[in-house]
Design a protein around this ligand. Structure first.
Ligand SMILES: [Zn+2]
Length: 54
């Protein structure tokens, strides 16, 4: 039986039922990880052009 008073929260990211996709703590954590990884990548780019060819 359905409960109209209870909002149907079902996170499509981690499958949690206590929050929505927008409020997913796991999604936020992953987003921060992605941002950190991008920043690291930009700070230390792979410099292949500086390598001298034989
Ligand atoms: Zn979630």
């Amino acid at each position: 039986m359905l409960h109209p008073d209870t909002p149907a929260k079902c996170c499509s990211y981690c499958g949690g039922r206590d929050h929505d996709f927008e409020a997913c703590p796991k999604r936020k954590a992953d987003a921060e990880k992605e941002t950190a990884a991008r920043g690291r990548e930009g700070a230390a780019p792979i410099d292949v052009t500086s390598e001298t060819l034989p």
